[in-house]
Design a protein around this ligand. Structure first.
Ligand code: DLL
Length: 434
């Protein structure tokens, strides 16, 4: 039987959810108007006041916030309460420009922990479980986020953080860890390491994993499930809204339930900003209903995905988001064709390769080039040229049919592509250097 962390709210009717959202939105708009001059100015520029927002149907009247706004307002410009009322910050791992710093009150942290507790319970966690949190702890939200939920459920929590793979494996075995939380690329790396240590899925006590923070394909899920002997659940979130647990997967694994009592989700056309009907693919936009420390309204995530309110087999009523295809930022335009790294991953994994690959894009004589470095497994490894050529041709054909693009494929030796302990870096775009 399906279990819930907060059954009343997780299975509330649409009418109840709408009522909650209406009430919270009005309060939040007032809170922001009164306390966040940066957003108030944006509202004034658009000619909107809190009186214009009478229900969630008026949400579209509010201005958007983007990453550029967050950078401009750095560090305190979007805080909703004085710093003396905040107890924590987290920050994004952005590599360019100023980092985004998000502030949390104690209540913000409490509600965030409820969200990750819901994700853990949906993955089968009870207080009998031992949860190893192998997301990074620190400014990154992964470690602290799952840690908070694990405590709420009452699990024995192992705050490992990422790195030191041998010790990770040792603790999983010795402490009988049943649930692993980390990025999918790190889960794949741990599975590979356990195999090398001579362990089979039967020797591994794990039963479930909660993996997120980066785009990962269905094929990668199947690989991880097989190699660790577990059920692998997706979890989504972003620092700007709290961290992991904005949405999470249930046992039905048909998309991630967005915690709608805390966040309102919209899908917009990324070019025009127009709100799109349910079922359309577009950019995900979130309004935070409860956060007081960093209360963002209509924040554009750049994540491209689809929402559905269709009934879910698990009994939860909250809207589901499909696996995001990646950020519109991650989308490569190669010779005019839109390419998501996840599409390349699907081709490779379907052909039996591990999820260790690198995409190198360049521009030679004014033409874009796409080179995919693919790691062979130990079993595939050969120095027979004819075999290597055959394999390369097969991948080139797979990529051509998926993307409609001709790529160059280089097969590389096992273990030659650097493993990731956090979010994997799959793309090197040398065109940016021009
Ligand atoms: O990655 C929070 C998180 C930690 C989520 C642990 C899940 C687990 P940021 O570093 O701010 O926060 O990055 C947020 O990562 O906008 C997406 O582009 C991407 N992302 C997060 N989860 C998923 C997922 C954390 N399950 C950005 N699938 C988001 C695909 C994801 N992309």
């Amino acid at each position: 039987m399906e279990r819930y962390f907060q059954p009343d709210i997780e299975t509330a009717s649409r009418e109840q959810l709408t009522e909650i959202q209406n009430e919270k939105l009005l309060k939040q708009v007032k809170h922001v108007w009164d306390n966040v001059p940066y957003y108030r100015k944006k509202m004034e520029e658009k000619g909107v006041t809190p009186d214009d927002i009478k229900s969630i149907d008026d949400l579209h009247k509010l201005p958007f916030l983007s990453k550029a706004d967050l950078r401009e307002a750095y560090p305190y410009g979007l805080a909703g309460v004085p710093m003396k009322d905040c107890v924590r910050i987290h920050s994004t791992s952005g590599t360019t420009g100023k980092r985004v710093v998000a502030f949390y009150t104690q209540e913000d942290i409490d509600l965030w922990s409820d969200c990750t507790a819901r994700a853990l319970v949906a993955a089968g966690a009870t207080k009998e479980d031992v949860v190893q949190v192998s997301y990074g702890y620190g400014l990154f939200t992964g470690g602290a986020g799952l840690d908070g939920g694990s405590h709420k459920v009452g699990c024995l929590t192992v705050p490992m953080s990422s790195g030191n793979t041998e010790r990770q494996v040792m603790f999983i075995k010795d402490l009988n860890v049943s649930i692993l939380c980390c990025t999918p690329s790190y889960a794949a790396y741990l599975a590979e390491s356990m195999k090398e240590m001579g362990m089979t899925p039967d020797d591994i006590p794990l039963k479930a994993g909660i993996f997120g923070a980066e785009a990962w394909s269905e094929e990668m899920r199947q690989d991880i499930e097989k190699s660790l002997g577990i059920k692998a659940y997706d979890i989504y979130g972003l620092t700007e809204l709290s961290g992991p647990g904005v949405a999470f997967e249930c046992s039905a694994q048909q998309g991630m339930h967005i915690n709608e009592d805390h966040f309102i989700a919209e899908i917009i056309d990324p070019d025009t900003g127009e709100v799109l009907p349910e079922g359309s693919q577009g950019e995900l936009v979130f309004s935070s209903l409860d956060k007081k420390g960093f209360p963002l309204l209509r924040y554009r995530t750049k994540d491209i995905c689809v929402l559905t309110k269709e009934k879910c087999a698990c009994g939860r009523t909250h809207v589901r988001m499909a696996k995001p295809r990646g950020r519109s930022d991650d989308m490569l335009i190669i010779r005019g064709v839109n390419v998501f790294p996840s599409q390349i991953e699907t081709v490779l994994l379907n052909l039996g390769y591990p999820a260790n690959y690198q995409i190198i894009v360049d521009r030679v004589n004014n033409t874009d080039t796409l080179d995919v470095h693919v790691e062979m497994t130990q079993e595939m490894f050969t120095d027979k040229m004819s075999e290597v050529t055959k394999r390369q041709k097969e991948i080139v054909a797979g990529l051509k049919s998926m993307l409609g693009l001709k790529a160059t494929v280089t097969l590389v030796a096992p273990k030659s592509i650097t493993r990731s302990e956090g979010k994997a870096v799959r793309v090197i775009d040398n065109r940016k250097l021009y």
